[in-house]
Ligand binder design. Structure first.
Ligand code: CA
Length: 696
């Protein structure tokens, strides 16, 4: 640190101290009573979905459907990254706390947009190999003067909200297993509750509650059973084990990770978890002989004091399509058939919109909100899907709606009690599945799906990918309106008392506002990037602001997506804040980098070696560098590497030359000969792309 840097850091700390001293109550005052009463202070966004109900509805109405056309940029911060940005900021008395790629946390002065502090947990970059879906983070929690973040390498860290200095950290995972944390912690009853991900590589899912003061573990709830020869952790696991067959604990751990939705209900004193897909994906591989495989793809209610299960509802029994039920959960009171019902709503990957009685887990209703071809509906008596038998693939390929990207993924949906509508970032993408050719063998160093990844990643034409903003009536269980976005993987939504819905639109890199009652587009801002995160709104000194973490990324962007850098779009990670008559401007768009001439195909490389290279690429590289080596704009399109990069493939892949840039080493998986084949395949695609461009 230079002297001037030290001076700036000192001044920033002093400014932060002044803000904290003069702020009304600040982060130190955020406790359960204050979050329970969040509606009495609509200028703040105290919890992940603003209130414990996670409706992402704000009563603020200074910005409304009549004046939103005047919305302009108040300030922006360049995050210095183009990896996936998925976080929902927490806002306490004008200070914003947000997280980003590699679990970095920022505290920002909402008045000026000045960064007060940054915390970097310094995750070893090699760990990025365990991240199925980009090194993202969906947000922090704030509670009694601390900021909590889960890191991509499985730690839970408590920071001093005033300084960003760590106060304690706990390792929530076994570091020998490929777990990751991308979800936001939730705080309730003096505990921080955190889940994890990793079911694509192979883990056993669980959620842990830690004492918010000390980090001491209070309880842990597993979502799927372990080896039945060992004692079950609780009655829920004993019951679940009767629905599994084979030796699932040896072929990936069963899965069922809780990587996003964890919602506390202070009215009923329940904690709802959204549970993920099976590991491996294919049930035939995971649980030969079938079975529902509890509690995969389920919504589970626990007693928050001890983690005991109260009820469960399984959305996809015997999941075999990566149909997670981890998607955001919204709590509401709705009048249904003349009765006031305390409901829980979820639009999981499988394409059905569920309304459950959240006291009992009883299904009230479920209807398809997207294209669904794996089931004909949900039986209202049994609560089970009416499966289409042909959707359960085997050696023969099945094309099924939705895909593993889901009819809706983690992108937050919102509920406006005034319109009675839920605003879903919905999409229609078909999935292609067949069993892994040549049989399955579990290898914890790579993805373990039990399916043919080459088919899963490449068999779907880009023209088949569609996405839209869907306004859904949860009482009538039908669509109210939709806005076609011309592509998938659009942003999370925010709705307000100003009759507005805010959402990022991937195609063209826009941030837009729509009338909540009609869907009419009222305003749009050229954000220079795809936006996937959920926006928030807050107020300070009688001015209402809208903030969104802007940036493309996540699994769809990595695997290729359909919003690669193009005219007007560069995928720069930024925090953007808007207000009425804001006049700030984004930096000018950087020029698109020139595309170098591809190198010549190495001598003597034939069809057989190229095919081997293609298979190796689609087993080991596709998850980050894209199907068919077409980048999605998050990471550099490696077809367009400089000639000297093609010269050092061995050093990159085997010696870890670019580890610090986020490119892990694969020396434990690949030989030098295999690296050569991958290199030849990538060069062949670069040559193909070059020829295609020359024809244009
Ligand atoms: Ca998954």
């Amino acid at each position: 640190m230079t002297a001037s840097h030290r001076l700036i850091a000192h001044l920033r700390a002093a400014a932060a101290a002044v803000l904290l001293a003069t702020g009304p109550a600040s982060a130190a005052g955020v406790d359960e009573a204050r979050i329970r009463a969040a509606d009495t202070e609509p200028g703040n966004w105290l919890a992940h979905g603003r209130t414990y109900s996670e409706q992402r509805y704000s009563p603020l109405d200074q910005i409304d459907d009549k004046n939103v056309g005047r919305l302009g940029l108040a300030w922006s911060i360049d995050l210095g990254t183009n990896r996936g940005v998925e976080a929902t900021p927490i806002v306490v008395d004008g200070i914003l706390y947000a997280s980003g790629p590699w679990s970095v946390v920022w505290a920002v002065d909402g008045r000026s947009g000045e960064v007060l502090w940054t915390y970097d947990p310094e995750v070893p970059r090699q760990w990025g190999r365990n991240a199925c879906c980009d090194v993202v983070n969906r947000g922090v929690a704030v509670w009694k003067g601390r900021v909590y973040v889960g890191t991509i390498d499985g730690r839970l860290v408590a920071l001093d909200a005033a300084t960003g200095e760590p106060e304690w950290q706990v390792r929530t995972i076994d570091p020998k297993k490929p777990y990751t944390i991308t979800g936001a912690p939730r705080v309730a009853k003096g505990m921080v509750i955190i889940g994890n991900g990793g079911a694509e590589l192979g883990v056993r899912g669980y959620v842990t509650a830690y004492d918010a003061e000390t980090g001491e573990q209070r309880w842990r709830f597993y979502t799927v059973p372990g080896n039945p020869a060992e004692p079950f952790e609780d009655a829920a696991m004993a019951r679940a084990a009767t629905t599994w067959h084979g030796r699932w604990w040896e072929v990936g751990g069963g899965g069922g990770t809780v990587w996003d939705a964890i919602v506390y209900d202070p009215e009923l004193d329940l904690l709802y978890l959204g549970v993920g897909n099976g590991s491996p994906w294919s049930r035939q591989t995971r649980s030969p002989g079938g079975g529902d495989n509890l509690y995969l793809s389920s919504i589970v209610a626990l007693r928050p004091d001890n983690g005991d299960m109260v009820w469960w509802y399984q959305t996809t029994p015997g999941d075999t399509w990566d149909y997670t039920a981890t998607q955001p959960i919204i709590l509401a009171d709705l009048e249904i058939e003349g009765r006031q019902r305390k409901v829980l709503m979820q639009a999981p990957k499988n394409g059905f919109f569920y309304v459950l009685d959240r006291a009992t887990g009883e299904l009230i209703s479920a209807e398809a909100f997207a294209q669904v071809t794996w089931a004909a509906g949900v039986d209202p008596i049994t609560g089970r899907p009416i499966e289409i038998p042909a959707a359960r693939y085997n050696e023969a390929r099945a094309i099924v709606y939705p895909s593993p990207f889901g009819a809706h993924s983690w992108h937050p949906m919102s509920f406006n009690p005034e319109t009675g509508l839920v605003y879903i970032p919905a999409q229609d993408i078909p999935g292609a599945y067949n069993l892994e050719p040549g049989g399955f063998s579990y290898d914890p160093r790579k993805w373990n799906l039990g399916t043919d990844t080459l088919v899963t990643m490449t068999a779907i034409p880009r023209e088949a990918v569609a996405g839209h903003l869907l306004a859904w009536d949860p009482v009538a269980q039908k669509e109210a309106w939709r806005v076609d976005h011309g592509g998938a993987w659009n942003g999370g939504t925010l709705t307000t008392a100003g009759n507005l819905v805010f959402q990022g639109v991937a195609k063209g890199g826009r941030f837009a506002a729509y009338a909540a009652d009609s869907g009419k587009e009222l305003w749009s801002f050229p954000a220079q990037t795809g936006i996937v995160a959920g926006p928030v709104t807050w107020a300070l000194d009688d001015v209402q602001y809208v903030t969104v973490m802007a940036g493309w990324g996540g699994v769809f962007g990595l695997i290729g997506g359909d919003a690669a850098a193009s005219a007007g779009v560069r995928h720069v990670g930024r925090m953007l804040t808007f207000k009425l008559d804001g006049t700030a401007e984004l930096p000018a768009l950087a020029a698109l980098p020139a595309i170098p001439e591809p190198p010549a195909l190495p001598e003597g490389v034939g069809e057989v070696a190229l095919k081997e290279g293609q298979d190796l690429y689609h087993t080991n590289c596709v998850m980050c560098h894209g199907a068919g080596v077409v980048g999605g704009g998050v990471l550099k399109d490696i077809r367009h590497s400089e000639a000297e990069v093609f010269e050092v493939y061995r050093e990159i892949l085997l010696d870890g030359l670019y580890v610090e840039r986020g490119m892990p080493a694969f020396d434990d998986l690949l030989t030098a000969e295999q690296v050569e084949k991958i290199r030849a395949f990538v060069i062949s695609k670069a040559i193909e792309d070059h020829a295609f461009r020359n024809r244009q």
